[in-house]
Design a protein around this ligand. Structure first.
Ligand code: PLP
Length: 453
């Protein structure tokens, strides 16, 4: 590999700029950026076309839980390739999808007994929404419930249905005319214990009012249990998720838990639902489900919900939904190998130790003059940058792109990060060792200094 010539970064970047449209990217400024083009990886490191190595501080957007080129997952995918790469679940079964469904239902929180496959977090949520809606349409004696309850600042994906229950104004507001009815519930924001406790009361009171007013029109609550990921790694106060879920349950709503980000040990438990003590009716999984190898998602449903779709053929209670690559055997084989790693005896203790180590490593930043908060939930961390910690708090101007500036400074030093606005996110692979974590944390701290100087 060389830094010049047709296979180097510069040449590949030129072709990338001509042919691609990147996600969540202003393509005009992208043209001026010297981004690396990744051609290989090893463990926790990505390798670009010039042979430069980068520590993958965000697990390739929260997916690569066990790092890259994991021998057991590589072998499982290769093995499956020698059998069949793809065969449809429409009219046929396939073996890896059966084994995976059995494992998922055995491991999932609560009493989830059925697995519906798709290929992204967005579709996993979309499916849960349609299931909840249709369930009430055909439940005997039930009036149709057509609204959803969702949380302020929540993120559930980018398809129209998942955007309808999303609450991030920047991503979602524009599409308002296309969206269906959803009521947004406030989430506690207060900085500091006392302020937060008061805010929790305010939010729950608002929820009570919403449920009294329109509870019987609502089919489901959609919530990221424990922490709002894309909102900037914002953990809910302890007990808040359970309090919201309990109230919605009492009002007859179904509960959809979106664990696309938190699933598979990120919370310190295998699922955040367990940590939060909730048992959802529908559970959405994606991102790390396949160890981050292949696009795979699953929507898990309870038996009572599933039974609501049973009937004679001509009753049309069927769930009319399905994607071409539903239950793809290669992706399921990768997921089975990943689950073996997630269920090894030391997996969760290691995850909890990693979470503690991340917090310790980032602790010095809590006193930084341009850091409002360092937030952590399990092995997910966010560092929120501000111009002035206040009071009153003064954010950086959007045009300054402070979070992005940290990312660039970190990349210079061989670490890949990806901000959410002015929040810098760390979500390393769970296999990261102490020296590498030390490097990740040191580089992040230095990058924050440089970008806020
Ligand atoms: C990433 C994410 C999604 C969307 O998943 P995609 O695979 O990008 O469609 C949905 N919900 C949560 C909580 C997520 O973090």
């Amino acid at each position: 590999m060389s830094s010049e010539g047709p296979d180097g970064n510069a040449a590949l970047r030129a072709r990338d700029r001509r042919a691609l449209w990147h996600p969540f990217t202003q393509m005009r400024s992208w043209m001026d950026e010297d981004y690396p083009v990744i051609v290989a990886a090893e463990g926790c490191e990505l390798i670009d076309a010039d042979g430069r190595r980068y520590l993958d501080g965000i697990s390739s957007l929260w997916c690569a839980l066990h790092g890259h080129r994991v021998p057991a997952i590589d072998a499982a995918v290769r093995d499956q390739l020698d059998k069949v790469a793809h065969s449809t679940l429409l009219g046929l079964g396939n073996e890896p999808s059966i084994r995976l469904a059995e494992r998922l239902t055995a491991l999932a929180p609560g009493d989830l007994t059925r697995v519906f496959y798709s290929d992204s977090g967005s579709t996993a949520v979309e499916i849960a929404l349609k299931m909840a809606f249709q369930f009430f349409r055909q439940a005997p004696g039930s009036r149709p419930r057509h609204r959803f309850l969702s949380m302020e600042d929540s993120y559930h994906g980018d398809t129209i249905g998942s955007v309808s229950v999303g609450g991030i104004e920047l991503f979602h507001e524009l599409f308002q005319p296309l969206l269906f009815a959803s009521t947004t519930l406030p989430v506690p924001h207060g900085v500091g214990e006392a302020e937060r406790a008061a805010d929790v009361e305010r939010c729950l009171a608002r929820l009570d009012a919403v449920l009294a007013e329109q509870g019987d029109e609502c089919c489901a609550l959609v919530i990221e249990p424990g922490v709002q990921g894309a909102a900037g790694i914002r953990p809910y106060p302890a007990g808040f998720t359970a309090a919201v879920v309990q109230r919605c349950r009492a009002a007859g709503l179904l509960v959809v838990a979106d664990e696309v980000a938190t699933g598979f040990g990120r919370s310190g438990a295998l699922f955040a639902c367990e940590r939060e003590g909730i048992e959802p009716d529908l559970l959405c999984l994606a991102k790390a489900l396949s160890g981050g190898y292949l696009p795979l998602a699953a929507t898990l449903a309870g038996e009572h919900l599933y039974e609501g779709f049973l009937g004679e053929h001509e009753e049309f209670r069927t769930f009319f939904h399905g994607h071409t690559f539903t239950g793809n055997p290669l992706a399921c084989a990768a997921a089975l190998a990943s689950l073996d790693l997630c269920t090894a005896p030391d997996f969760l203790p290691r995850a909890r130790a990693l979470g503690d180590a991340i917090e310790q490593g980032l602790a010095p930043l809590t006193d930084h003059p341009h850091v409002l908060e360092v937030r952590r939930y399990g092995t997910m961390a966010g560092i929120e940058l501000v111009d002035d910690r206040g009071p009153p708090v003064r954010p950086y101007p959007t045009a300054r792109r402070s979070g992005h500036a940290v990312t660039l400074a970190a990349r210079e030093q061989g670490v890949i990060l990806r901000p959410l606005g002015d929040t810098v996110v760390l979500m390393p692979p769970h296999v990261i060792d102490a020296p590498m974590l030390g490097r990740l944390v040191d580089v992040t701290r230095r990058a924050v200094d440089l970008a806020t100087a």
